[in-house]
Design a protein around this ligand. Structure first.
Ligand code: 13P
Length: 286
């Protein structure tokens, strides 16, 4: 199964009510580990890159890694640009071959966000790519984008008009979710997902997945959250497993980088596979 457009993986998940893990990777090791989890779990997966990751690795190298690692892969995989307010980066990724982008116009007035999202959808279509849209910022700063202050939620008619007018493929509403670590269990407005989906059947992106409970995932996925974003869990797993391994290396006074990479890769693969099982996408590759 080759690399596929985002729409192909999320539409099926939306119809069958499971969630596709959309995991932000930070380098070659984490990209490889998440893809390995998808193959092992026979699950579709969305690999996400933040603008920060695109800038730190470089567009050409990042895409070359993706192409090399997905050549001949047996499960449906899709490459997505996460929260991007910068139209130049967004255009460069689409030109290069990213399968989808999230145009983050959430700091703009809705009318201007809508106008620009229409342009992005038309640009993406010319590459056979898809677009996720949002009208409210998701709380929390992730990879230098966003704010810790909760944004005002727009009314249902405003959200529905944005979806209809722009023709986006996936919608990311704010429902009390946040990027980063939750210090108390989040209170999520699950009804908002149901209200949007009932009026406008569109796959919903659930942001801020790290730290949500199984019950929250199950409920939200049943309501139409077909794309479930995970970033912080990967960062924490990557850093903590590296730290554990380095502490042991120090104790043994044994310094072998490939063994460190192996331990970290195994931990990240495990974390990604766990989420695929929790979201019901394991075994759903076709
Ligand atoms: P977390 O960092 O909370 O997992 O959120 C990820 C996300 O929504 C990326 O856009």
């Amino acid at each position: 199964m080759p690399v596929v457009p985002l729409k192909q993986v999320v539409d099926r998940a939306f119809a069958e009510r499971y969630g596709v893990a959309a995991i932000n990777v930070v380098n070659d090791l984490t990209m490889e580990a998440v893809l390995a989890a998808a193959v092992a779990e026979h699950a579709p997966v969305i690999i996400q890159t933040s603008v920060k990751t695109v800038r730190s690795i470089g567009l050409d190298l990042l895409f070359a890694m993706w192409r090399e690692m997905t050549a001949g892969i047996e499960v449906p995989v899709s490459l997505h640009l996460d929260h991007c307010p910068d139209r130049e980066v967004l255009s460069a990724c689409l030109r290069k071959g990213w399968n989808s982008v999230l145009f983050d116009g959430s700091t703009l007035p809705v009318a201007e966000n809508q106008r620009q999202t229409i342009e992005v959808v038309s640009e993406a279509r010319s590459y056979g790519a898809n677009v996720e849209g949002e009208i409210e910022a998701i709380t929390g700063v992730e990879d230098d984008i966003g704010s810790d202050e909760e944004a005002k939620r727009e009314s249902l008619p405003v959200a529905l008009e944005f979806i209809r007018a722009t023709g986006i493929d996936v919608f990311a509403p704010a429902i009390g979710n946040a990027h980063g670590v939750y210090h108390t269990e989040p209170h999520l407005d699950a009804q908002r997902v149901s209200d949007i989906v009932a009026a406008q059947p569109i796959p919903i992106a659930l942001h801020g997945g790290t730290g949500m409970t199984d019950a929250q995932f199950t409920d939200l996925i049943a309501r139409g959250c077909a794309k479930v974003n995970i970033s912080t869990a990967l960062k924490v797993t990557f850093m903590k497993s590296s730290l554990d391994y380095l502490r042991q290396a120090e104790e043994r006074d044994s310094w072998d980088p490939p063994s460190l990479f192996g331990a970290t890769r195994a931990a990240v693969t495990q974390m990604a596979a766990d989420h695929m099982r929790r979201f019901g996408s394991a075994g759903k590759a076709w």
